[in-house]
Design a protein around this ligand. Structure first.
Ligand code: GLU
Length: 525
């Protein structure tokens, strides 16, 4: 601890007297009135104009834990790095959360939820630290810091502003005033009393207690250029006054834990419980090694990719949920729960490392999910997707909803035996493309038996029921000396261009007599 600054000097250093005392802030943001065990969580993205799949993964865990415990899930925009700001970035975040069904509850009592609008709170807290000698104004310029860094490197010391290198940590009030008079605009730094020779034990809810060397860096709390806080200081103030109980964040923050513990201790506040989540990795196609999903190399790193490509958002949620809570898949397969939202996940079991995102596995979840939809639900999803993201061809396919319903309804009347060959909305439309004359590709390789087709056409009646229809196929087989299945195959290929399709009778029914006759005639001629 150093000598605290006078209130006047604090006002001068911060460009204005702090608006609130700590007591006032405590009253403004009262402890939440929630049942025991209720978790208060937040998703706290920086608005970079991009929503990473890892962000969605974290937000899903936040949302789920709050929801299942009867707590509160918030969205806080960490926009203190004004240099990195991107237009529409917040819209992209909000929209993504909405699309993936992550509903947050930003009660105005605990707001504002944009860090850039919380300056008064940060300044009030930092004023308290300045007054108690836990923080100080620092006038080191960028060049000064560069010089210090060079010297430290040359001498083989750890880099950073700490101990003897923290030139301004013990400036007197007069020295501070002198520098302010000369036009100096200080950052506010932590006056660290940590000793790296000593260990501090910090708790991570999954990893347990972890020993770290104490932090001795006088890290920046409030920046000089815009008076906004650094992540560390904003986290302290926001998660305390928003009454966050659980901070779920990426493992890249784990090394900051001793610093955060130190900050909470200095304020005499109880720190939230931390859970540091694994990065979302993939197996690199070239090297075969596991690596983080990269914004640059992997389209699937961006959640927008899944929306555009027509992956069912529910399947993405189910899959990410199963990465976070590996028991979910089994519970679902046993029919104990219907969706991830019904499954009781355990915070302690969130994987610490190596969470793998595998598109093949996602395919499985997508097939399962689409298999569980009713025909109207399936049609609805496909139509909405096609109209928003689809090609002109896709839009044409969904224009006649009645026909589409017939097409997608094939082999879907028995919920226990639904075909599971649909993966994405775009692939679904591609899979059934042959139903549209514009998209139908006749099979030029198949050796058709013209006689069989001719015989069938002669007796074909579009209103035949399935038994009558089959009896006619059998009759054609007898006449032509083919097997029943061969006759059906001739029809199947003539109508779809494919040798593998769902139920042939249903296909003919949906296509209608006119289209069926036209396609068969085309082969005969
Ligand atoms: N803005 C920080 C990030 O995007 C938030 C980390 C946290 O959740 O505390 O990494």
């Amino acid at each position: 601890m150093r000598n605290g600054l006078s209130k006047d000097l604090i006002a001068r250093v911060l460009g204005g007297a702090p608006k609130y005392t700590i007591e006032q802030l405590e009253e403004m943001f009262p402890p939440r009135n929630l049942p025991d065990g209720a978790m208060v969580t937040r998703f706290a993205p920086s608005p970079t104009g991009y929503m990473h799949i890892g962000g969605l993964y974290g937000a899903l865990i936040d949302c789920k834990l709050a929801q299942q415990s009867g707590g509160v899930f918030m969205l806080r925009i960490e926009d203190t790095d004004t240099k990195r700001e991107v237009a529409d970035a917040v819209k992209i975040i909000e929209e993504s959360m909405h699309r993936f069904g992550l509903a947050y509850d930003n009660n105005p009592v605990y707001g504002p939820y944009y860090q850039s609008q919380r300056k008064d709170i940060y300044h009030s807290v930092v004023a308290d630290l300045l007054e108690r000698g836990f923080a100080y104004p620092c006038f080191l310029s960028a060049e000064d810091m560069e010089q210090i860094r060079e010297n430290q490197k040359a001498a083989g010391f750890a880099t950073g502003i700490y101990g003897e290198f923290a030139r301004d940590r013990d400036l007197t009030e007069n020295e501070i005033i002198e520098r302010l008079d000369k036009g100096g605009v200080p950052t506010i730094r932590l006056y660290s009393m940590g000793n790296p020779e000593q260990r501090i034990f910090c708790k991570d809810a999954v990893r347990g207690s972890i020993g770290f060397p104490e932090n001795n860096e006088d890290i920046v709390l409030v920046k000089s250029n815009d008076g906004l806080p650094t992540y560390h200081f904003a986290h302290l103030c926001d998660d305390h006054f928003m009454r966050t109980t659980h901070v779920i964040r990426g493992e890249e923050w784990l090394p900051s834990l001793p610093l955060h513990a130190q900050l909470f201790r200095m304020m005499g506040w109880v720190a939230p419980l931390y859970i540091h989540t694994s990065t979302i990795d993939k197996i690199d196609e070239e090297s075969g090694k596991q690596r983080k999903l990269s914004k640059r190399k992997d389209p699937e790193a961006n959640v927008a990719f899944f929306l555009q490509a027509g992956w069912p958002v529910d399947a993405v949620v189910e899959y990410l949920g199963n990465i976070a809570a590996s028991g979910y898949e089994e519970a679902k397969m046993k029919g104990q729960v219907e969706s991830f939202w019904d499954y009781e996940m355990r915070a302690k079991k969130i994987p610490m490392s190596g969470a793998l995102f595998d598109m093949k596995k996602l395919e499985w979840w997508a097939k399962e999910f689409i298999g569980s939809l009713s025909v109207p639900e399936l049609v609805g999803r496909v139509v909405v997707w096609a109209n928003e993201y689809g090609t002109d061809i896709n839009k044409m396919q969904v224009a006649d909803e009645k026909y589409l319903t017939g097409v997608l309804g094939i082999e879907r009347d028995n919920p226990k035996r639904v075909r599971k060959d649909f993966i994405t909305w775009s692939q679904t439309l591609e899979n059934v493309a042959f139903f549209w004359d514009e998209l139908f590709v006749p099979n030029t390789e198949y050796q058709f038996n013209q006689d069989a087709l001719r015989e069938f056409l002669a007796t074909y009646n579009p209103t035949d029921d399935k038994d009558t229809w089959w009896a006619k196929i059998v009759a054609v087989a007898e006449k032509t000396g083919l097997k029943n299945g061969d006759v059906a195959m001739n029809l199947r290929v003539a109508l779809s261009g494919r040798t593998n399709t769902p139920d042939l009778y249903s296909i003919m029914n949906v296509m209608g007599g006119e289209r069926v006759i036209k396609r068969i005639e085309k082969v005969i001629k």
